[in-house]
Design a protein around this ligand. Structure first.
Ligand SMILES: Nc1ncnc2c1ncn2[C@@H]1O[C@H](COP(=O)(O)OP(=O)(O)OP(=O)(O)O)[C@@H](O)[C@H]1O
Ligand SMILES: [Mg+2]
Length: 311
């Protein structure tokens, strides 16, 4: 169902924001294994138990191949665990969930549609077929959505002259901004972003980090944000989840570190320069290093939590 902007706003007024104590995403004893060509299996994720509360901004880090994208695809409903359950908003995930906005690791724009057509594809398709399109309401909703789409694209740093271009006429970074605008347009309650800023130059990256933080502060979606950049993770997130690659035959979970991050409302450019931020960065680097050296079983026990000297 597609709601007009007015309907969406009034819903937001009627429906109170979900309490921050409620679990929005739960991974319960999740393991993922892939069959190997020559027989046997390879375990990518093992016995993952993670509960994410509504409105948390979780940065997911970990070396390449440790299963970050797999984790996101399971929350989205594009992939399923070999064992265990993935639960979103109290229900086991069985198919792609329309409540999730998703920015995949690789660009996912339709090459034969313009920027604006790409943005409008999802919302228009959610309208009930050609019969629905005969209704005057469809065109009103469409007008409102187009206006919102334009605002979102401008916010992501695109120009109005880009709206009618095709993806191949844009740089990789610009395409990535379109994909981000697309995911944010419908203000999804769950936002899954897989290395969404990796193709951007440092100044664009900084500006989009701030935009994302602003959007998160306005509507408080639950965010799973995969990045390889520790500093970006610490600036944006309220929680850090560091995964390690699974070692075949070992029984431990992939969680290397799971810690809360003190959240402040100051602009990111200022926050980045504070002594407190530097100390936090240093602290996390040391923790991750120390944890790597520990045996896997001990590291999960020693997860630092809020108030555990991190703030
Ligand atoms: N469909 C699949 N079939 C077989 N193996 C797969 C499949 N999907 C992922 N894998 C393997 O699972 C492992 C984890 O992949 P994933 O893409 O989740 O890692 P990642 O942490 O996102 O890595 P990166 O940081 O490089 O993006 C990789 O070794 C990958 O080869
Ligand atoms: Mg990945």
């Amino acid at each position: 169902m597609v709601l007009t902007a007015t309907e969406r706003r009034s819903r937001q007024r009627v429906m109170p924001k979900r309490a921050a104590t409620e679990t929005e995403i739960a991974l319960r004893d999740v393991s993922v294994r892939y069959a190997l060509k020559g027989g046997g299996t390879r375990t990518v994720l093992q016995r993952l138990n993670v509960e994410i509360r509504a409105g948390e901004f979780v940065a997911v880090l970990g070396e390449t191949g440790c299963g970050k994208s797999t984790l996101l695809r399971m929350v989205l409903g594009q992939e399923f665990p070999s064992e265990g359950a993935v639960v979103v908003d109290g229900k086991p995930v069985r198919r792609i969930d329309a409540r999730c906005g998703y920015v995949p690791q690789k660009y996912a724009l339709f090459p034969d549609r313009t920027v604006m057509q790409n943005l409008m594809y999802g919302p228009e398709n959610a309208c009930s077929g050609w019969l629905g399109r005969l209704q005057p309401r469809f065109w009103r909703i469409r007008r409102e959505l187009r206006a919102e789409a334009m605002q979102m694209l401008l916010r992501m740093g695109l120009k109005s002259t880009d709206f009618n271009k095709y993806p191949l006429q844009l740089s990789g970074g610009m395409q990535q901004r379109v994909a981000i605008a697309q995911a944010l347009l419908m203000r999804p309650p769950v936002l899954l972003m897989d290395e969404a800023f990796s193709a951007l130059d440092p100044s664009t990256r900084a500006s989009l980090q701030q935009q994302l933080k602003d959007v998160w502060q306005e509507t408080r979606p639950t965010v799973l944000f995969v990045t390889h950049n520790t500093s970006e993770a610490l600036l944006l997130a309220t929680r850090l989840l560091v995964l390690r690659p699974h070692v075949e035959g070992e029984p431990e979970s992939n969680v290397l570190l799971d810690m809360q991050i003190p959240h402040t409302g100051e602009p990111l450019a200022m926050r980045r320069r504070t002594r407190e931020f530097e100390q936090l960065h240093e602290h996390v680097k040391q923790l991750a290093f120390r944890e790597v050296e520990l045996t896997a079983g001990a590291s999960v026990q020693q997860m630092p939590r809020r108030g555990d000297g991190v703030e």
